[in-house]
Write a protein that binds this ligand. Sequence first.
Ligand code: SD4
Length: 331
Amino acid sequence: MKRRSFFKLGLSATVLGVLRPVKAAEVILDNSLDSIDLVKPIVLSTWEHGLEANENAWKVLAADGPALDAVEQGVRTTESDMSIRSVGIGGRPDRDGHVTLDACIMDQNSKCGAVGYLEGIKHPISVARTIMENTPHVMLVGQGAKDFALGYGFKHVKSPLKEVKSEWKVWKKENKDKFEKPEINHENHDTIGMIALDSKGNLSGACTTSGWGYKLPGRIGDSPIIGAGLFVDNEIGAATATGLGEAIIRIAGSHTVVELMRQGRTPQQACEEAVQRIIDKHDNMEGLQVGFLALDKKGNVGAYSVFNGFNFAVKSKDRSELIDASFDRNW
Ligand code: SD4
């Protein structure tokens, strides 16, 4: 069967196996098992900056390189971009003015590595990979992660940048005594989660962020937590998450999406069901944006978010585009 991609507008709940009408254009890349050779390699990533990140991932995938190298190279693009305020050392600081970074990586053998609350290192994703490949551990945080990185030759980079500091000073003045309401909105949504299927049919994923701007010092979100911000099972598929990490952790979001695919849901259905689970567990969804992005072993793609505004970038042999995810409700 030939690969096809199509838009489904306003599909009924029954068609999708969910109990609520779909309110936005839903994008389904529907690939049959037979067409997998036409589909792979493929790489997906969250948000608009994913377009550029995918291009660098693609250089690896197009040369028949492993998905693991592709996702690492891909998200390093975003970590290097100082204009992005939620990834890398150009990201927003915590409420004490420290830019602290979270990242994780997972490969086709379920090997994984993660860093949390890492300061002053330009490529936390590569530190995560170094932990995965050189230690018996999965996750290092804070000063331990920093010392480990320096020991492996990563350089300390001065951070935060001037504008990060001046923005923080303004924020500090305005918010001296109050704790900022949790809100992941149109301006601060730049975490990158990337998942890829390589030409040999292997999956890997990476996720990296500076997290929730002006978070409490010490806070770690979903992004470095395997099963929350990212999960890969090479038999089934891969998923990544963006949005308010605390909500994603509560339902082990990315793991939930992959397990739903294992039970037979399409990536799209799995993302929708995970979002619905978050909605069911919260009395008040105000400002609580979460989006999931998923890819199965056959190259089928799904994405869904609580609110409108979530988009993702897709790159394969014949396409490179930004797609608006379908969603549950408007802001
Ligand atoms: C966090 N999930 O630290 C991250 C933030 C994010 O898009 O994804 N923003 O909670």
